[in-house]
Design a protein around this ligand. Structure first.
Ligand SMILES: Cc1ncc(COP(=O)(O)O)c(C=O)c1O
Length: 340
């Protein structure tokens, strides 16, 4: 189980899901997260800096402690790499490779026993060259393999998430087959030339994005000579991922539910109905003729959507329904607190 924040760690612990093993890798530990960490047996923790490493060692001495390694910034970004959230002047996630090596080899340091390395390679990655390297240029994964070659205490490599949703890349498509083959070769090479090592993942979108749909109704259509705008009874605050992740806002899959209209597809902007002028859900969806009252379904809504929603401009959080073998169920725990 993977916890990325103190809240998630606390939840796993409270639910008793902290056995046999939890990985905890926030970008900084709070005093309360140190307390929960100290209560969990077999915890694997990844610290973002030497200071954080010392802090967690002091408060959770039994935890197996590793470090987060900074994914190198590739400029220009390779296809599939979203760098919208990367501040090149001030990257904040992980320690650079050279710093990890320098710190670990310091004779007075207590870093000689680094248990593992953690790397978050980016999001929605569709270029394996980025992960495994190309034309002599090392890949992002090489960053941790090359540190582990030098530090024999390292027993675990956590390669994070970042692979795309299975909506566009189902598990049987070449991207996944190639990823699996190239990674197996990389791990085998390490084992042959160095020692045995465990490799872990924290996939998010690849596992759950496709399991959810976000549904909204068209309230109005603002006609424009070029691109009409569909105004919906939703807002980017209810369904934020397309807005927050720039590339998703023009690529996010969306369709009209139960539409039997044929005819040529038209390009639409899809907007929310709040006063926020930037309240956009899609910047150019190709749909067959849409009319007021139509319902739109956004795919890939199972990750970074409901959990990212907010009450901005008084919007209610969207109701969540579970599709089970017995039909559509409104989750009783959220009934009454949401727009239905
Ligand atoms: C540390 C870490 N692990 C895993 C994930 C999941 O990534 P994804 O949904 O791209 O697979 C994230 C997402 O930001 C993350 O920050």
């Amino acid at each position: 189980m993977y916890a990325g924040s103190a809240g998630h760690l606390d939840l796993l612990h409270t639910l008793g899901l902290d056995s046999p093993s939890v990985i905890f890798a926030p970008s900084a530990f709070s005093p309360s997260s140190c307390r929960v960490a100290s209560e969990i047996a077999d915890l694997i923790v990844f610290a973002n800096s030497p200071r954080q490493y010392a802090l967690i060692r002091e408060h959770a001495p039994k935890a197996r402690i590793g470090v987060r390694v900074r994914a190198p910034y590739l400029s220009p970004p390779l296809n599939g790499y979203s760098d919208k959230h990367y501040l090149a002047a001030s990257p904040r996630i992980g320690m650079p490779r050279s710093r990890v090596l320098e710190w670990a080899s310091h004779p007075a340091g207590h870093a000689a026993n680094i248990y593992g390395l953690h790397l978050y390679p980016g999001t929605n990655i569709t270029s394996l060259d980025l992960l495994f390297g190309v034309d002599g240029r090392p890949g992002v994964y090489d960053e941790v393999f090359s540190i582990a070659e030098r530090l024999p205490s390292i027993k675990v490599l956590d390669l994070g998430g970042g692979m795309p949703s299975t909506f566009h890349y189902p598990f049987d498509c070449p991207l996944w087959q190639d990823w699996s083959r190239q990674l197996s070769e990389r791990i085998e090479r390490f084992r042959r030339e160095h020692r045995s090592i465990d490799v872990l993942f924290e996939f998010g979108r690849a596992i759950v994005a496709e399991s959810g749909l976000f549904v909204t109704t068209v309230l109005d259509i603002v006609e424009d000579e070029q691109t009409p705008t569909l105004v919906c009874d939703a807002s980017m605050s209810m369904f934020p991922r397309p807005y927050i992740y720039e590339s998703a806002s023009k690529d996010h899959p969306v369709c009209v539910i139960n539409s039997d209209r044929s005819g040529p597809a038209k390009r639409y902007v899809i907007a929310g109905s709040t006063t926020f002028s930037g309240d956009l859900l899609h910047t150019g969806a190709l749909l067959s003729e849409v009319t007021v009252g139509d319902r739109l379904a956004f795919h890939n809504a199972g990750a970074y959507c409901a959990s990212m929603s907010s009450r901005f401009l008084g919007c209610m959080r969207p109701a969540e329904y579970l599709l089970t073998q017995d039909g559509l169920l409104l989750d009783a725990s959220i009934r009454g607190r949401h727009n239905v």
